[in-house]
Design a protein around this ligand. Structure first.
Ligand code: PHE
Ligand code: ZN
Length: 858
């Protein structure tokens, strides 16, 4: 039986647990259907704790026996856990439970993936393994014994004794249960070694299924680069003798930072030139880094409660972004991150699922592993760094690690170290953590012939539960350009704190200092996307063309080009006359500029996403029509191909990367530009060039680029079949095959394509990657998803319900495809609402999906 209204958990209700766990000892006797877990917790009252009943979390466990100080007891058990009378002083609690990993399709707790035992405990999966205080503020050293005939037996920490059929592990670093991990199975290791700067030798191993050993080299390189980078940039060293990474095929998320034993979705570990694309290589590098960086930001210093999730995730995403900037191109990475914010986080922040970076209540914590907590959380960290400066940033981080090592802390603790280091009051800055919604900064200009006066007005719209918003501290980077293109005012960060702020610039003096005549400058606003805000200062076509050609800030150049494209697409999508002259000229100039990075050119060449156009129209009060948006993009691509065809052909040829595949940023950038050019050129030649490239493709990046170009011009059937025949036995490559067909399907065929693929013998509801490759891709094909037939809505709804019965967490995540429903015209709103109501009324719906649908229906 399911409760009518599952309980909301509130930040304000936090109370510490009245006991401390001084040691956790676990023994696993593994069996697919009946694994026995025995636990022995050494406990003592926390000094000063108020008396409370002794409660341990536990879900879906069969309790076989329990003992306190060795004496059998009979705790009272509910579906959420057990309670028990306990002595006043220190005591031990022992339990034996039975669980069934093979039947666990939710992939939380202990489960099996392709015959391999694996765990996923964040956020609250440990309670499906045994009875425990499953909360991040209870830390303990763990000793683990695994008994199984599987050849490889792994857990956290350093290896202890082992023998045939058993192995012991000891993790000396106190940790919360969510960082526990266990892996057992027939796995092979690819090994390396890293010596930390203080001389500690660390054995590195990546564990994969037999046959995948030749796809681990990139992950290992990325791991060593991450370890070196954290030493150099943050002074942080690794702290165990061994660092293990395991690749599993069935995984709800990307990867997990379990102490000393990271578990990864195999898609984010395995790479070879013929199976992985350049984007896969970049993703693997950054996720390996992300999980490694958690060793300090998350593990050594952890979160007091799950409301503080952004403490580890925002900071760790920020760190992995910095890492990618250092290893690759900083401007291109900034463009990627800003695009992600605008495409997905602004959408979340502007809809029914909006929540603060630090939420104040939840029903199911799994639903708060969001783009807001992660990416906006990282933007907030980036703003903090910008405000305090590089030097204070590093001193503040050092103090944070020093002071809170081994502790479970809060955002207040995190901010207070920066207040100490800088003597600056961060109370107003803290609103970034508590206020949801994307702030708008509207900028107006006044020019008196010598001075330019800029007036900034900030506002944040109401969001669910937050009707009123207070002003934020916004670090707003600007520059001023002379009409000749010369920079008058180099990048300057203005701190906006009041609702309205004014700044006056003596443009005449700035010009004179450079020997230039006095002329009204062009303002370049929110350079480098210095704050995650919407800048409300419509730029004219001329200004955009000027900034695209001249701005010194690469992000803003790209942004100006994007604005030009957006204006043209919005006009086309609403039947207005569209003038793309300046846009096409600007594109041509960028392509022809030999000084520009090919990766940057590829970014400029990409059109804004259909969702971006839909949101832009909705912001103007125009209900978007996805089919019209698709048609606008198609027309625009045809026009780019017609107008710039010869230049694209030259660009394509000049971007060739002969020789063996190398995954570095420069080579990847050239391939990205070649691929973008190829897609456009296919519109002129019906796919002839793409067909030839597919046949001769030397690597997966180019194979997929060619196949994608073919499918977007309605060709490629033979190539799809050839691809399937070649890669049928490779799960990761087949995910790409499934996804591409759905993403590239014509709007009227998208639902039918997805339905056919769900019927494919290789489709399965139990592997999240495969489900996402069809369902996620259907949601990503906006014109197909929102096709007026409603076929995609129906298929998606059925799919969510089918999935929810097996894997609630992934179903809830996928349900966000419906979060934009209120931006559409009434008939489409009604159509979506009808499906959401149907889901909400389904008996036995999970807490995860139930909460999401409830919030979306608002
Ligand atoms: N903590 C993981 C990360 O971001 C993400 C994750 C959350 C994985 C929950 C699985 C389950 O690095
Ligand atoms: Zn993380």
């Amino acid at each position: 039986m399911k409760d009518a209204a599952p309980a909301q958990i509130h930040l304000r209700d936090y109370t510490p647990w009245p006991w401390e766990v001084t040691r956790t000892e676990l023994t696993f006797r593994l069996d697919p259907d009946a694994t026995r877990v025995t636990s022995r917790l050494s406990l003592r009252p926390r000094p000063g704790a108020a008396p409370a009943p002794f409660f341990l979390h536990g879900e879906e466990l069969a309790l076989l026996s329990a003992r306190i100080d060795g004496i059998p007891v009979s705790p009272s058990v509910t579906p959420e856990g057990l309670t028990c009378a306990v002595p006043d002083g220190p005591f031990t609690f022992e339990a034996e439970v039975e669980i069934a990993p093979a039947a666990n399709t939710a992939l939380e707790g202990l489960y099996m993936s392709n015959g391999v035992y694996a765990t996923q405990c964040e956020a609250e999966g440990f309670r499906r393994i045994t009875y425990y205080p499953d909360r991040p503020d209870v830390l303990a050293p763990f000793d683990v014994r695994i008994e199984s005939d599987a050849p490889v037996l792994l857990s956290n920490g350093n290896p202890g004794a082992s023998g045939p059929g058993w192995a012991e592990w000891h993790d000396p670093w106190p940790k919360p249960a969510y960082l526990f991990a266990l892996v057992a199975g027939d796995l092979r290791a690819v090994r390396d070694r890293f010596t930390t700067r203080s001389g500690r030798a660390v054995d590195l191993a990546i564990w994969v299924r037999p046959g995948d050993e030749d796809r681990c080299a990139w992950a290992l390189e990325s791991l060593k680069a991450s370890m070196r980078w954290d030493e150099e940039r943050y002074g942080r060293e690794y702290d165990l003798d061994i660092f293990n990474i395991v690749a599993v095929d069935d995984f709800n998320a990307g990867a997990m930072e379990n102490k000393g034993l990271n578990i990864f979705n195999s898609a984010l570990v395995l790479a070879s030139p013929d199976t992985a694309t350049d984007s896969d290589y970049e993703r693997i590098e950054s996720v390996i880094a992300h999980e490694y960086f958690h060793n300090w930001t998350g593990n050594r210093v952890t979160c007091r409660d799950w409301f503080q999730l952004c403490l580890k995730e925002g900071l760790t995403v920020f760190r992995d972004q910095e890492f990618t900037k250092d290893l690759r191109s900083a401007p291109v990475k900034r463009i990627e991150d800003a695009s992600l914010m605008r495409a997905r986080q602004f959408r979340e922040d502007g809809g029914p699922l909006a929540h603060p970076v630090r939420p104040e209540s939840f029903v199911e914590i799994n639903n708060f592993y969001t783009i807001t907590v992660y990416e906006k959380g990282a933007e907030v960290v980036g703003m903090l760094k910008r405000l305090v400066g590089d030097d204070a940033w590093r001193r503040g981080c050092d103090l944070h690690f020093d002071r809170h090592d081994g502790q479970a802390v809060t955002i207040e603790d995190w901010l207070s170290v920066f207040e100490e280091v800088t003597a600056r009051d961060l109370a107003q800055f803290k609103r970034w953590y508590s206020q949801a919604g994307t702030p708008r900064v509207s900028v107006s200009e006044e020019w008196d012939g010598t001075h330019l006066t800029l007036t900034f007005r900030q506002s944040t719209p109401p969001t669910p539960g937050q009707p009123e918003k207070a002003p934020l501290v916004i670090p707003f980077a600007i520059g001023l350009l002379h009409p000749s293109g010369a920079e008058l005012l180099p990048t300057t960060v203005i701190e906006l704190t009041a609702t309205t702020e004014t700044r006056r610039f003596d443009a005449a003096a700035l010009a004179a200092a450079k020997g230039l005549d006095t002329a009204r400058p062009v303002a370049s606003l929110n350079r480098d996307f210095s704050a995650p805000v919407i800048v409300d200062r419509p730029r004219t076509t001329e200004e955009n063309a000027f900034l695209l050609a001249h701005d010194t800030d690469p992000f803003l150049r790209w942004d100006a080009g994007r604005d030009l494209a957006r204006a043209v697409l919005c006009d086309r999508a609403t039947g207005a006359a569209a003038d793309d002259g300046a846009y096409l000229d600007g594109l041509a100039a960028v392509l022809e500029d030999p000084a520009l990075d090919p990766a940057f050119k590829a970014q400029v060449l990409a059109l804004p996403s259909e969702d971006d156009i839909a949101q832009t129209l909705a912001d103007r009060g125009l209900p978007p029509e996805p089919l019209e948006i698709r048609a606008a993009g198609e027309t625009q691509r045809d026009r780019i191909a017609a107008r710039l065809g010869d230049l694209l052909a030259r660009t394509h040829d000049a971007s060739a990367t002969p020789g063996p595949y190398r995954p570095d940023a420069a080579s990847a950038g050239r391939r990205a530009l070649a691929g973008a050019s190829l897609a456009l050129l296919s519109r002129r030649d019906g796919g002839a060039l793409a067909r030839a490239e597919f046949a001769a493709a030397p690597d997966m990046t180019r194979s997929l680029a060619a196949l994608s170009a073919l499918l977007s011009v309605g060709a490629g059937a033979a190539e799809l079949a050839a691809f399937e025949a070649r890669w049928r036995h490779d799960r990761l490559v087949m995910d790409k095959w499934f996804a591409l067909q759905v993403v590239r399907a014509a709007p009227a065929e998208a639902a039918a394509t997805a339905r056919r693929l769900i019927g494919h013998p290789l489709f399965t509801w139990t592997t999240p990657n495969r489900v996402r490759s069809v369902m996620g891709s259907l949601a990503g094909n906006a014109a197909g998803f929102h096709h007026p037939s409603g076929a995609a809505y129906d298929l998606y709804t059925e799919g969510l319900l089918t999935l929810d019965a097996r894997n609630p967490q992934t179903a809830a995540r996928l349900s966000t495809a419906f979060e934009t429903w209120r931006r559409y015209a009434p008939d489409r709103q009604a159509a979506i609402r009808h499906r959401l109501d149907r889901i909400a009324a389904t008996p036995g719906l999970s807490r995860d999906l139930g909460e999401m649908v409830g919030r979306m229906l608002g």
